[in-house]
Design a protein around this ligand. Sequence first.
Ligand SMILES: Cc1cc2nc3c(=O)[nH]c(=O)nc-3n(C[C@H](O)[C@H](O)[C@H](O)COP(=O)(O)O)c2cc1C
Length: 341
Amino acid sequence: MVQEQDWTQVVAAATRAPSIHNTQPWRFVAGPDRLELHLDPDRSLPVLDPTGRQQVISCGIAVEFAVVALAARGLATEVDPVPDPADPGHLATVRITGSVDAPADDRALAAAIERRHTVRAPFEPRTVPDDLVERLQAEAAGYGAWVKPIAGEDEEIATVLLTSRAEEIEQGDPDYLAELERWLRTDPAAVDGVPTDAVPSGDPHERASNWLVRDFVAGQRDPHRFRVAGDPAAPPPEVERPAVVLMGTHGDDRVAWVLAGRAVGRVLLRITAAGLAASPLTQALDWPATRVRMRAQLSLVGHPQMLLRLGYPRQPGEGEPAPPVSGRRPVQDVLSFEPTG
Ligand SMILES: Cc1cc2nc3c(=O)[nH]c(=O)nc-3n(C[C@H](O)[C@H](O)[C@H](O)COP(=O)(O)O)c2cc1C
């Protein structure tokens, strides 16, 4: 049996999960031996994510962070998907099934929850070890998800071009820009949304990388003609050699999206524990046209759910500020308790 105070700490860990535009589209209901996760429809992104796919993935990541936090406390769990047509917002229930001696690995993953942040700045010019990528593949497979490194020139060019094409569509869509603007925050104490300090202020096209990070402040910049990032046919420049991995699932419904999110959550904690960081690059997956083309051009079996740029983050130099941390809503705003008695 988990006490209310402990649930508060577990849900605080769960809400450290990354979410699309930091919308934190979740609501938790705790009972003595179970935690339900519900999608919060008031925080939806109707332009970017009309099916809710990316928000359900975000919730799946929160489920995994809760599972890891519980495991580190010595609590074994099972996660039930809840495909209830009468209540499609009820995404998952985490059930406590017993107690275990928390292995060091669970504790290391739980410790990574607080340290993990999306890092959009260029990474160090250091190669991501193959054995780490193999481990991510094996762990994701435990959730029925796959991890495909974008390797070789053809795959890289195809993915870069689709990402650039999607970013171009987005920058030309006033509704997309208005929605993005609604989730941008200049107040460092904001409890949700993307802090402007956490996104590159310069034009992403000017970065010495052919991977185009999402341009969060495009709407505030002087209009410019859209250019594809870097020269897609040229080898990646020295300054940034991220590993880019595509994650996907065989199915493409809410149950698959929750599982994809759980796999993403595990991958993010695993790489954080290994001293790496990530930033999602999901523009090409935002739009059905580019998402479908990615399936075809990369000959994917299944559905792409998340594109992640992985690498070793640069440590701030002396006198340089640490990268800003994005806010979270207080736990009491997202957690309620089942009535007892
Ligand atoms: C499904 C999903 C898609 C995302 N897509 C992008 C993206 O395309 N570009 C980006 O810079 N960040 C992306 N993010 C990262 C969020 O903006 C980030 O998680 C959020 O602002 C909270 O910040 P944090 O991860 O540092 O805690 C995505 C996150 C999720 C879960």
